[in-house]
Design a protein around this ligand. Structure first.
Ligand SMILES: [Zn+2]
Length: 328
């Protein structure tokens, strides 16, 4: 079917305390993996699974804006899964204009690098532009940092080798205080939402972009305080790194401090309705590709490597979809 407006996916999800996965695509194989994951999970659970496919400005530049969006539109037209196409982390008005021209059905405008009032002003401008075309806008309050803000690539490579509790401890030691300070302040929520007119709120609640595995606890207490100030759907960023469910914290030996919780807690008690997952899917693709190549280093056919990479992305996506549907 044609692309669906993201509002139509998120508002019912909020009422039902479930989340819709928003997965970042960088190539054709990933678009297919997401759609097939949604199709297969729909069959498995006996009800329709909705899907948000995201292209960042970087991915849109990599694929070409028309080809990137075109690929998602065509894939959506060939499935019964309801698919919204979101522009992830736009930081410039020009990127939003391009997305509107290309038929994206949602936009995240990320003004979090700007001073607060400038973020409000520019987000308002983007909201006015998008609403003229009926396209909803997600806005960012507080700042969701990247792991690279705190660690060098070499340090990250070392962290990835550590057992999960030690990696968490190292991240807490170096980044914990800063991440906490960057979180959205509940007292800013009503002002920010009413002044910008945004439709969905990506409020920082302690997650970090770019963590390679699901090990990091988030501040569900802050999320609940934010949720008490707005009825908008909330969005989780940096979700690849967030512990998926309480059982994972136990299994991985990660102790949650007071007020901390997992992605499942964020959905069930914190009002998170859209969950962005990018890093872990990118890693899944790379691992699938490399593993297939290592198994057959004389392989010349791209499809023999791209296929297994796509399968791995699909399986990881299904894990998330099951969690969001409340089944994991
Ligand atoms: Zn993000």
């Amino acid at each position: 079917m044609p692309l669906v407006n993201e509002r139509e996916l998120l508002l019912p999800a909020l009422k039902e305390r479930r989340a819709v996965g928003a997965f970042n695509a960088n190539n054709m194989e990933m678009v297919q993996a997401f759609i097939w994951a949604a199709e297969e999970t729909s069959k498995e659970i006996g009800r329709p699974v909705d899907l948000i496919i995201q292209l960042s400005p970087g991915a849109s530049k990599y694929a070409g804006w028309a080809l990137g969006a075109g690929m998602v539109k065509i894939a959506a037209s060939e499935t019964d899964v309801r698919v919204a196409l979101n522009l992830d982390h736009a930081t410039e008005v020009d990127q939003v204009k391009k997305a509107l021209d290309m038929g994206f059905t949602a936009v995240l405008f990320d003004g979090s690098a700007l001073p607060f009032e400038e973020n409000v002003k520019l987000t308002r401008q983007v909201v006015e532009m998008c609403h003229q075309k009926g396209v909803p806008v997600e806005a960012e309050l507080g700042k969701i940092p990247k792991i690279e803000d705190y660690f060098s690539p070499a340090e990250i490579a070392n962290l990835r080798k550590l057992p999960a509790p030690e990696a968490v401890q190292a991240i807490r030691a170096k980044a914990g205080k800063s991440v906490e300070e960057l979180m959205a302040k509940p007292e800013d929520v009503e002002y920010f939402v009413s002044k910008t007119g945004c439709d969905f709120l990506a409020a920082a609640f302690g997650s970090i972009h770019g963590i390679w595995d699901d090990i990091w606890p988030v501040r569900v207490d802050r999320l609940v305080a934010i949720q008490n100030r707005t009825s908008l759907p909330l969005v989780s960023h940096g979700s690849s790194g967030i512990l998926m469910a309480p059982k994972d914290a136990r299994e991985k030996g990660i102790k949650l401090a007071k007020g901390e919780g997992t992605l499942l807690d964020a959905i069930q008690t914190g009002g998170v309705t859209k969950v962005n997952v990018a890093t872990i899917l990118s890693i899944s693709f790379i691992e699938g590709f490399v593993k297939a190549y290592q198994a057959n280093p004389s392989e010349k056919d791209f499809r023999k490597l791209g296929g297994p990479a796509r399968d791995r992305v699909k399986e990881k996506t299904k894990e998330y979809i099951r969690l969001f549907a409340g089944l994991a």
